[in-house]
Design a protein around this ligand. Structure first.
Ligand code: ZN
Length: 356
């Protein structure tokens, strides 16, 4: 009898997680404007004591890790992924209880899809209906707005799969049923584990500041070197062979030849932004896909590769094409990198002056 009940419970969990996949699909379509909005959200957060929030989050991950055995950086990665794809709530929707984590579990998943009470916080009935929700705070309620309850419920799900990073990836896949989410969360977990901290917000200009280069804002103008697609990035003109540096803490997601971009490299940062460097003469040899980079680290050299079969060079003057894309959960939107380039360049100039 007990065994039978278990099988039923597992079936219900599967149903419930498939429902999650459908819900994620519906709840995260984004308008183009959202990319700009969330940038301002990030700076708002920075202004209002970002360090404090980070410290409190880290403490919560550590506590939950001690209680469940799930590594803190795995909680951090899921939390960060959800934060980077979350729709900004309208003022009417703003939660009454401010939350430390950004993980939002839809009611049918939390309570169970067939649970007639979609606001259910009673553990017994939630588990009867195959819901995801558990009580992690010890107050007797499974509350989807309670950070400890949410993290604990996530931990209980992940614990079914095992401890290795590939077990973790399977657990994440079984929750989201979304390959992109699974890839991002694995990347974030690797970054957090490698650096051992939540703050990975450093930056650098992609070329060595003080060397010869020129660039201007060309957002949305026609692609200079053939084709009619809008120009999704900034061209930095500089002599062939100039060092190209990572602008962020991140993980190498793409590396190789692309017909238009030539030898190009793509780096994912912890804000779920994809930094794209194209037309390189070559790559830093030690770098492979999945490797971790820091701001200012050499990733390759400026060239004029692209617009032809692998190895084609010299169809245009040497320059670095630099673009940034933000993953919104379903699609990636390019945004104008020019203001950030100016900001990073100025920061490095100021730092250089201080040293002198
Ligand atoms: Zn370009």
């Amino acid at each position: 009898m007990l065994a039978l009940f278990r099988i039923t419970a597992i079936r219900k969990t599967v149903l419930c997680l498939s429902a999650a996949a459908m819900l994620w699909g519906e709840s995260h379509p984004e308008a183009a404007a959202a990319a700009g909005r969330s940038l301002s959200a990030v700076s708002d957060e920075a202004a209002s004591g970002k360090e404090n929030i980070s410290a409190n989050r880290k403490e919560l991950y550590d506590q939950m890790s001690a209680a469940t055995g799930i590594a803190w950086f795995r909680f951090a990665a899921i939390d960060q992924y959800e934060r980077t794809i979350a729709k900004k709530k309208s003022s009417a929707e703003v939660q009454t209880k401010p939350r430390l984590t950004g993980i939002s579990i839809p009611a049918p998943v939390w309570c169970g899809p067939l649970n007639p009470d979609q606001g259910d916080q009673a553990q017994e009935s939630i588990s009867f209906f195959g819901g995801f929700g558990k009580d992690g705070s010890g107050d007797g309620l499974a509350d989807p707005e309670n950070d400890a309850d949410v993290l604990y419920s996530m931990a209980r799900h992940l614990m079914k799969y095992g401890d290795s990073s590939s077990d973790f990836n399977i657990g994440v896949w079984e929750y989201y049923h979304n390959g992109r989410a699974t890839q991002r969360i694995a990347q974030f977990a690797k970054l957090y584990e490698h650096f051992g901290r939540l703050d990975l917000s450093g930056s650098a200009f992609p070329l060595p500041v003080g060397k010869i280069y020129s660039y201007r804002s060309t957002w949305g103008t026609g692609r200079s070197w053939g084709g009619a697609r809008i120009h999704e990035g900034t061209d930095l003109f500089t002599p062939h062979g100039m060092t190209v540096r990572s602008t962020c803490f991140g993980i190498v997601e793409t590396k190789g030849w692309n017909r238009y971009g030539g030898w190009r490299i793509g780096i994912r940062d912890i804000e779920n932004r994809y930094h794209y460097y194209a037309h390189l003469a070559g790559f830093e040899k030690s770098l492979s896909r999945g490797d971790i980079v820091a701001p200012g680290q050499t990733i390759g050299w400026v060239g004029s590769s692209g617009y032809g079969k692998p190895g084609t060079q010299g169809k245009f003057p040497p320059h670095l094409h630099y673009g940034i894309y933000r993953d919104r959960g379903i699609t990636e939107w390019a945004f104008d990198p020019y203001p950030l380039l100016k900001q990073w360049e100025n920061q490095e100039y100021r730092a250089l002056k201080k040293k002198k």
